[in-house]
Design a protein around this ligand. Sequence first.
Ligand code: ZN
Ligand code: ZN
Length: 321
Amino acid sequence: MNEAFQPSRNLFGPIIVHSQSDWIISHPEDPQDFEQFFTDRFRKAPCPKKHVIYLQSIGSLGNTRVIREEYIKWLKGYCEAFFYGLTVRFLDPVPVSATKCSFRVNEHTQNLQIHAGHILAFLKKKKPKDAFCIVGITMIDLYPRDSWNFVFGQASLTDGVGIFSFARYDKDFSSSRYEGRVKKPTRTSSSDYTIFDNYYNPEITSILLWRSCKTLTHEIGHIFGLRHCQWLACLMQGSNHLEESDRRPLSLCPICLRKLQSAIGFSIIERYKALLRWIDDQSNDIIGATPSSDHVNLPKPVEAFKDWREWIIKCIAVLEE
Ligand SMILES: [Zn+2]
Ligand SMILES: [Zn+2]
């Protein structure tokens, strides 16, 4: 915390507003300090009986089995380091048809979309007894209601469920090259889910991994009761568009870090070391690796995490002073 108040140090910077469309200007919200967070009666915190973060993929996450499996391990490992001390489990993947959700083709972008509220209802039913929360992830775009164009994600804090899509993190999403466009017209709310078979999946690049780790931890942060940060540059800053969400850091400011620490009870330095291990560990899986004969060791694309790695090393050095 001391670091944030020393102008000569540069670990924590202010929030810099770049345009009028930035979140902090376009969505005025009450700030939340530690006291307000801590005394929030509706806030949910993990406890020994409910200490697992469950991740559930909906539909395919990657074009090959190896990519799908490795990507899931990377996300799981990242969440385990970020929410250090909690257990993170991936439930068996489910196809879109299992959720019985409505779907449609977006009339502007021509890509497939699934109904976020229906997915939340499905996840709520599936939530295991020892879950702190259950979070769905998908590469298919989401819509919250017919009149809306799209939504990046949706969560219910009281139910401890959330669903987030990484479809719009594809580098080609808004270009004419985007391959997720559906050529032939499709009926909305049809019960024929075959349209999702072999549907386009974005390539798991370093930037996609970086964006998905960032979104997942920001959104799970909300489930812990952290509101949008208005103190310093921080993962928990609100974001209105992709450019703004790319700008916000992967790290929590000292105030949000203190909130998360009070909910989980980790050692700050051990958490930073775990995050560093995740970036540096090329064997991908930290816990529970089951080597198999057909296991292909895909290198984790961590290039986009380089600056953050340097930052963590500086933090560890300060904490060890
Ligand atoms: Zn948010
Ligand atoms: Zn913050």
